[in-house]
Every structure is written in structure tokens, then in C-alpha cells.
Design a protein. Structure first.
Length: 428
């Protein structure tokens, strides 16, 4: 009779995750050389970026050489794609080799290979306590954006079973979780909190009727107070990860939760947002990354997130550097409930309503739950405000991809200059 599952030790790829510094450098340099040559030959947009910087692919042969290239921000990807939709020359394989095309906020059209080769999210799952045979309920959106599909395939790659429920429908989610004997949760921490509250309201015992052992959370901040509350209520292990839908996993917690390990097969840099110069341990800068995806080979992609890293050893034995935590954004782009909101989306929403003059999206947080408000001034006061409020609130999910509330402000309330997106959340 087998004993309890060890969810605290081990590796997805022991040899690769524990490489010594010189071996790791050689490995990353080989991967970098290959992807740079491939992107330059097959993705015209990246060839333009290289040529515009006066850089030839043969001059990028080590991770240190990346400083010769500019950081490519997500807003630039939007502009590149607009010039020649859908992908603007960013894809490095023939379109017939794609399996799916996603449409993320921006909009960004994101290519997705026929079969996911990348194992970075699988590394994250294993480090967070997932093991072969686990049944994982994925509550991220499968609609338009690629993140849930990445997790779905990565879960199966680890030998787990996926239950692709998507977002919302808390009572149905709980019934599925109970009936299927789901023992692994994948989603935002705030949705897991909503599930816990709803389950107890329905009379569930969170430790007997819902038998969660592990949780993978992402796309939101995870305050320690919320982690402690959820782990205690469900009697489970919760670890977080960091990445973007564009470039995939860039960091994940292990059992010791002392920062987020870089996956072994990606280059993560912390750079000065103004110069692109690489920064050292403890210095705050923008997270930039280079992936080895031959379909969509993003090189020095700027995530817009601010962080810092440590090179101190970790008791788990993994030898990659670790992001300590995300401390803010370079721009006004804000992630809410797992979805990015761009200033341009606020503009697009306002354009639909000529009654609106000045406007701002405000994000707040209370009791570990985010709220969105579209606050705006009106051209005239003699409008049917209740009808206009209803119309704008109906449009918000279509433009912002999230539901929210409209608040009208007296004329002159928004003093220039003001942010299109005002994130007022405070994290403990």
C-alpha cells in the first residue's frame, strides 16, 4: 500500500533545473543562438527590429549580447500587427502549421502551435506540488486568450487530468469539484476565495466535501494573508506563478515560497526601462524575457512589470535565479481578475458614448476582491443618467473584457494630467 504523496520535493527535469552556472550559461547561449538565427530568417518583423538596431544575428551569441537589442514592448506588437494583420511578420512558421489563433486584449493576435512543446508551466506545477494522477480544475478563461489552453496542455504533459471549467458559475464549479473529486485548483486566488465563500454558504465542508490538495494561482497578486486563509480553510498547499499569455511562464514558487524560480528554458532579464541595460540582484527594473518558441520567438519582450531578482541559493536545489516579487508596472496597463486593461480600451469605451467627455478607469480592492469603476464626466447634465449608466455597463464586458460599475462625476473633477487607469489597490 503506497504512502502519502510527497508534494514538497523533487523536480520535473532534475538535471536541467539543477545545472551549475557554467553549464546553464552554455545551455542558454546555445538556445539563444538557435532562436535568434531562426527568427531573423523566418520572422520579418524581428528582422526589421535587428536591422533597425544595426545588429546582425551572428553578433548575438551569448545572453550578455542581448543588451545590443532594444526591448520590444507589447504596445509595439500591437502596432506591428496593425500594419499587416493578423501577425505583422512576428510568426516564424507558415500559418498552416498553427493549431489555434487567440485574440488577447490590445488587441494582440497570438499564434499557438499545433501541440505545445514548451514545458515551463509543467515545471511550475511540479514545483508547486502537483503530481501525476492529480485532477486539476482550470478556472481561467478559455475564451479568446491562450493562457488556459497553455495550462491545460501543460497539466496533461505532467500526467494529470484536466477539468476545463473556465470562469464563473460558482455553484456548478463546486458541484463538479465535489463529484469529480478534483484535488487540484488552477485559477486566480480571488476566485478560489469566492468558491470557498459560496461553498460554505451552501453548507459544504471545505475539508471533507471539497478535497483540494494543491492550488496553482496566477494572474493576480497573492497577499500572504489571503494565501494563509485559503490554505487553512481548504487544508491545501497553494503556490503562485508569474508569466504572460504572450511569452509563457517566467517564474514559479517552490515549496519554500521564497521567490519565483526562472524556468530552466527561458532567458529572464531585469532591465532599466529607459535604457534596456541589464540590472543586478536587488535592483528594480522591468521584466524582459526571451523565449525559445520557434512559432512565436519573442526576443527581449518587455512585460511592463517591475520586479527584482535574487541569486541566493534555494533549499529546493533549483539553481536558477528567482524573481522576488512584482512591485508595479512601467505603464498604466493594469491586470484585474487575470485580464489586462489597456488605456486604449478606456478610450474605445468612451468613444461609443458621445455624452462622455473626461473619463478614467478606477480599480479598487476590498476583502481580497477587485472592483472596476468607469468614472466619467458628461458633456451635459440633462441626460437620462440611469439609462446611460446601464448602456455603458452593458458595453464594459465587450470592450474591457470585465464587468464593472459606472460612476458619474461633476464637471471638472478629473484634473489634467490624470491617468486613464488609476489602480488604487493596496497589497499586504
Amino acid at each position: 500500500m503506497s504512502g502519502p504523496i510527497d508534494r514538497t520535493t523533487g523536480y520535473f527535469h532534475a538535471e536541467l533545473e539543477r545545472m551549475d552556472p557554467s553549464t546553464r550559461a552554455a545551455y542558454l547561449n546555445r538556445q539563444l543562438t538557435d532562436i535568434v538565427d531562426h527568427a531573423y530568417r523566418n520572422a520579418p518583423a524581428f528582422r526589421d527590429i535587428f536591422d533597425g538596431a544595426g545588429v546582425k544575428p551572428e553578433s548575438i551569441r551569448t545572453v550578455d549580447d542581448l543588451e545590443r537589442l532594444p526591448i520590444t514592448e507589447k504596445t509595439q506588437l500591437v502596432e506591428i500587427q496593425k500594419k499587416s494583420p493578423p501577425f505583422g511578420g512576428l510568426v516564424a512558421v507558415p500559418l498552416k502549421e498553427l493549431g489555434r489563433i487567440f485574440a488577447s486584449p490590445g488587441p494582440i493576435y497570438e499564434p499557438y502551435e499545433l501541440h505545445l512543446e514548451d514545458d515551463r508551466w509543467s515545471q511550475a506545477f511540479f514545483a508547486g506540488g502537483f503530481r501525476a494522477g492529480d485532477i486539476g480544475q482550470i478556472t481561467f478563461s478559455y475564451h479568446m486568450v491562450p493562457f488556459a489552453m497553455m495550462l491545460d496542455e501543460s497539466l496533461i504533459k505532467l500526467g494529470c487530468i484536466s477539468v476545463p471549467t473556465g470562469v464563473g458559475n460558482t455553484e456548478l464549479q463546486l458541484a463538479i469539484m465535489k463529484d469529480v473529486r478534483v484535488n487540484a485548483y488552477l485559477g486566480t486566488p480571488s476566485f478560489l476565495l469566492a468558491l470557498a465563500d459560496r461553498a460554505e454558504a451552501l453548507g459544504y465542508d471545505l475539508r471533507k466535501d471539497i478535497k483540494l490538495d494543491v492550488g496553482f494561482v496566477a494572474a493576480e497578486m497573492l497577499p500572504e494573508s489571503l494565501r494563509d486563509q485559503l490554505e487553512s480553510r481548504f487544508d491545501m498547499l497553494i503556490r503562485q506563478s508569474y508569466g504572460t499569455a504572450d511569452i509563457g511562464c517566467l517564474g514559479f514558487e517552490c515549496y519554500h515560497k521564497n521567490g519565483m524560480h526562472y524556468p530552466y528554458n527561458v532567458i529572464v532579464e531585469i532591465v532599466d526601462p529607459a535604457t534596456g541595460r541589464r540590472l543586478g540582484p536587488g535592483e528594480v527594473g522591468e521584466v524582459a524575457a526571451t523565449c525559445f518558441n520557434r512559432t512565436y520567438p519573442l526576443i527581449r519582450f518587455g512585460t511592463g512589470d517591475l520586479s527584482y531578482y535574487t541569486d541566493e541559493p534555494c533549499p529546493c536545489g533549483r539553481t536558477t535565479h528567482r524573481l522576488v516579487r512584482i512591485v508595479g508596472r512601467v505603464d498604466q496597463v493594469t491586470k484585474v481578475k487575470g485580464m489586462f486593461i489597456h488605456p486604449g480600451q478606456a478610450d474605445d469605451l468612451a468613444k461609443k458614448f458621445p455624452e462622455v467627455t473626461q473619463y478614467q478607469v478606477v480599480v479598487t480592492r476590498a476583502d481580497h476582491k477587485d472592483s472596476i469603476f468607469f468614472t466619467c464626466e458628461l458633456a451635459a447634465e440633462d441626460v437620462d443618467k440611469e439609462a446611460l449608466k446601464a448602456r455603458i455597463e452593458d458595453e464594459m464586458p465587450l470592450v474591457l473584457r470585465l464587468r464593472g460599475e459606472v460612476q458619474f462625476l461633476p464637471a471638472g473633477s478629473l484634473k489634467s494630467p490624470f491617468k486613464k487607469i488609476d489602480d488604487r489597490r493596496v497589497w499586504d
